[in-house]
Design a protein around this ligand. Structure first.
Ligand SMILES: Cc1ccnc(S(N)(=O)=O)n1
Ligand SMILES: [Zn+2]
Length: 261
């Protein structure tokens, strides 16, 4: 590919022991976004984000990442507009990060890797009854991707970071009172969008990706706390939860559109 990526042995990603490319996949994620190849689409609307902090349920370690889940039985926390034809309900958000600050994100921009990436996962509540159902449709899901870069301490993130030690082990959970994920979004409205897939199993090709152009800043201490999480369950030999990102996938016959000229 375009970016100097390290060839993984025999196409099996160490993290999931599953193929890093699925046979017949034509719209897999993540990809490198080549800024100069993206096409400005003046018809793209601004993305509308309306999250209700009261829909926040809990945070848990699922053995791939840590995720914050939301009550998605009502339209209280939704996104609409942008490249989307319908309303999409927030189900959860999670992160991907590296063992060191030199890598960790899933998407790249002009081959630039970031130390981490946030994914806010939504499903099309106009056309489907549940996330599981939406998962099977090519327009079922919408994921907002936000790059994390090293800089100042992120105050909103710190609330989650403080709770991470309580979910160190796989399958551990902690209740969260309200949390507004909008605090994790950059103020700049600019984004790229393309048709892709989930980046962890089942790798379903049902995602409209919305990748924010601007990164948010977090500090080293906050990323170090991410890295103290474990893939392993209590009692098993400890495996640090790091490098939980999928390798870049071929762009194939896709165009990345930008919301900005
Ligand atoms: C909910 C979910 C499952 C698998 N993969 C993803 S991701 N990393 O594409 O956002 N999200
Ligand atoms: Zn993800």
């Amino acid at each position: 590919g375009a970016c100097a990526s390290y060839r993984l042995r025999d196409g099996v990603h160490p993290l999931w022991q599953s193929p890093i490319t699925i046979p017949g996949g034509s719209r897999q994620s993540p990809i490198n976004i080549q800024w100069r190849d993206s096409v400005y689409d003046p018809h793209l609307k601004p993305l509308e984000i309306r999250y209700d902090p009261d829909t926040c349920l809990h945070m848990w370690n699922n053995g791939y990442s840590f995720l914050v889940e939301f009550e998605d039985t009502t339209d209280k926390s939704i996104i609409t507009g942008g490249p989307l034809e319908n309303n999409y309900r927030l189900k959860q958000f999670h992160f991907h990060w590296g063992a060191v600050n030199e890598w960790g994100s899933e998407h790249t921009v002009d081959c630039q890797v970031f130390p981490a990436e946030l994914h806010l996962v939504h499903w099309n509540c106009c056309k489907f009854e549940s996330f599981e159902e939406a998962l099977m449709d090519e327009n079922g899901l919408a994921v907002i991707g936000v790059f994390l870069k090293l800089g100042a301490n992120h105050n909103g993130l710190q609330k989650l970071v403080d709770a991470l030690p309580s979910i160190k082990y796989k399958d551990s959970l902690v209740e969260l009172e309200e949390f507004d994920p909008s605090c994790l979004l950059p103020s700049c409205p600019d984004y790229w969008t393309y048709s892709g897939s989930l980046t962890t199993p089942p790798l379903s090709e049902s995602v409209t990706w919305i990748i924010k152009k601007k990164a948010i800043e977090v500090d080293e201490d906050q990323l170090e706390v991410f890295r103290m999480l474990l893939f392993s369950q209590a009692g098993e030999d400890e495996k640090r939860m790091v490098d939980n990102f999928r390798p870049l996938q071929p762009i194939m016959d896709r165009t990345v559109r930008s919301s900005f000229p």
